[in-house]
Design a protein around this ligand. Sequence first.
Ligand code: NAI
Ligand SMILES: O=C(O)C1=N[C@H](C(=O)O)C[C@H](O)C1
Length: 264
Amino acid sequence: MVTVLVNGACGRMGRAVLKAVQEAEDLQLVGAVDITGGADCGELAGLKANGVKVETDLQAALDRMKPEVMIDFTRPDVVFHNVTTALKAKVSPVVGTTGLSDEQKAEIKKLAEENDTPAFIAPNFAIGAVLMMVMAKQAAKYMPEVEIIELHHDNKLDAPSGTAVQTAAMIAEVRAEHKQGHPDEKEKLTGARGADYEGMHIHSVRLPGYVAHQEVIFGGLGQTLTIRHDSLNRESFMPGVVLAAQKVRGLKGLTVGLDKLLEF
Ligand SMILES: NC(=O)C1=CN([C@@H]2O[C@H](COP(=O)(O)OP(=O)(O)OC[C@H]3O[C@@H](n4cnc5c(N)ncnc54)[C@H](O)[C@@H]3O)[C@@H](O)[C@H]2O)C=CC1
Ligand SMILES: O=C(O)C1=N[C@H](C(=O)O)C[C@H](O)C1
């Protein structure tokens, strides 16, 4: 049994994770934390039956419950603090929260090694999204002209999405850097061509009705190739979250990406 504390328990992802952890045979939910606290959070599925209450103080909950793993789905502006708090308490973080900078990831790697406590970060826990990224990397070797469109619900705080940045980073590993479009191209409205990641354009759409979606569009001589993934609900992420929680204690240092836990 791996003991687990869920941080961000009252959020859209946190609620789904609480359910998934309680249903997973080899995981044991021992704690739940959310800044909004229990009362504002309302009744959460199955918590009472497992004797777990939502608390507001992460440090106190880690000290008392001593979980092996902390799953974090909170906010881009607080995730780094949460992860360093967990690592200093020798609790392995499994991080879904997006928005960590490269510098913060380097610091997390260092702390994980110093504390001999493995850490895991994945910008996307849905298997289909992982396959989209892996396939996009393959395609980019042959079709280097590429743009990314990510589409999310309108409560998302960060843009571009962590998945889009990770996709661009994986493509950048294999394709020669170059600028796309016409050299004389001018934006008539700032942002019209999207964000620029090493010459790749990323476009972020935010609308009610969406959950999490991405298209990677490649262009070539007389043809295009579109690789699209759609998360239709938050259950789509749960098998990946459960797998990471089960495996993280057997890893070393910092591991980034669910693809590292799968065989290709
Ligand atoms: N890696 C993946 O597969 C996925 C990642 N995400 C990411 O997960 C994060 C959370 O997403 P949602 O659940 O949609 O957001 P949400 O806003 O519904 O939930 C966040 C929760 O964290 C709580 N919170 C905020 N600050 C906190 C703190 N300092 N300590 C404890 N709890 C705190 C909030 O009260 C809220 O209940 C986002 O960064 C999102 O991009 C979302 C879906 C999948
Ligand atoms: O905020 C979300 O919802 C999601 N965030 C992650 C991201 O930024 O890529 C993963 C997924 O797209 C859902």
